[in-house]
Design a protein. Sequence first.
Length: 113
Amino acid sequence: MVGRFANAISTQSRSVICNGIVTTVAVSETKELSLYVQACSALAVIERNLIEAGTAKARILTAMVYISDINNKPEFNSAWDNWVDRSNPPLRACFGATLEGDDLIEIVVTAKV
């Protein structure tokens, strides 16, 4: 069974569940300049999406993080370290990327339902 959780944009899903795995994505809900603030905002969206899908951050398997300026990765690391479930540290990869608009960060996670 595949379940989709619709986004505000009709051509996107904010989360998809397939075979007991949820994949969800978030960008910041705020356009403040600080990468740390944007990361905290995006991680809060991830957490809400996981709860809506019936799971939690403790069940995250992988995280892919796209950062507009990879030199600012330490700011993201600080937000991540304050947020992540340390009893289940997921596999994480960070990439420098060109993002749309004022977004400084985009996060994609997979988790067990």
